[in-house]
Design a protein around this ligand. Sequence first.
Ligand code: NAD
Length: 328
Amino acid sequence: MQVLVAGGAGYIGSHAVYQLIRAGHGVIVYDNLSTGQREAVHPEARFVQADIRDQTALETVFAQEAAAGRPVEVAMHFAAKLIVPESLTQPLAYYQNNVEGLRTMLAAMVERGVPNIVFSSTAAVYGEPISPVCLEDSPTLPINPYGETKLACERMIRWVCAAHGMNYAIFRYFNVAGADSSLQIGLNKDQLTHLIPLIMQSALGLRERLEIYGNDYDTPDGTCIRDYIHVSDLAQAHVLGAEYLTQNKGSLLANLGSGHGYSVSEVVAAAERMFSFKWGFAPRRAGDPAKLTADISRARELLGWQPQLSLEQMLRSDYDYRRKISEG
Ligand SMILES: NC(=O)c1ccc[n+]([C@@H]2O[C@H](COP(=O)([O-])OP(=O)(O)OC[C@H]3O[C@@H](n4cnc5c(N)ncnc54)[C@H](O)[C@@H]3O)[C@@H](O)[C@H]2O)c1
């Protein structure tokens, strides 16, 4: 199977590329390198530096691949802006890149007959959930422009696929962490609103102490409970999703998490067994629900997918990759 991976030089996209190549598939990475890195592109992938908002460039790649006898069967879309606070101050940039970018990519796919799309969505589409366990048919009420653009993209995909006889796999990710076992790729930018990057900064001595926001939530230890998924497990679901589409099994929308909740204190305790760092409690942050986890039974049933990697493996690989990068 030949797959075009838009955003394949970024954190999650590069892991999907590694897993696709390990599974024997052909890959074209298409990325404007706005936040991604050339070094993260697998050496066996063809690399095109271009923007998904450039329809002519995208169509040229689809046409070249078809002319070479290996037409693109699946396009994966990871190419988005994703920083929530930035989306609140620059909403138009988010609509431009995320929504207009997807519109252009779908237009190129329709024009060149590329039949399947795999799309990265997010738990942010659920907003502040009314139930602690999110199912795919839970209400979608995003509370920031980032989540809104992703929900608009999901809807666009459904309408376009229905109109043009295409199929989709839309995945809503929960908290993603960790690095590939090769340590060739990983997360080397900081999403400093996320727990695991904050722990890593503290463990690597880049931050004086980790702050835990609130210990008076209605949970067994008083700290918030979240669902963490290893990026390699997430990437594997994309390989299975692409194969599902090319086997003509239809379209799907599925949550991707571990299906297991860890409290902030549990994650910190697991990290403390491996690294040393200082931490302390701070007041609650606005808008943090007490408990938020994924129901992943749909991905399990439809794809035969099961997360394999533990919280400890997530923390260890994330740390090892960051240390490798910081040591040059
Ligand atoms: N990282 C997370 O925790 C998380 C959680 C939920 C959903 N997601 C989604 O997963 C996807 C990938 O996230 P990531 O963490 O790997 O981000 P990332 O910033 O590391 O990767 C995004 C990649 O897309 C490229 N890109 C962005 N806009 C582009 C454009 N217009 N044209 C071409 N290339 C473009 C960037 O250069 C980068 O390589 C995003 O769609 C994001 O919304 C991520």
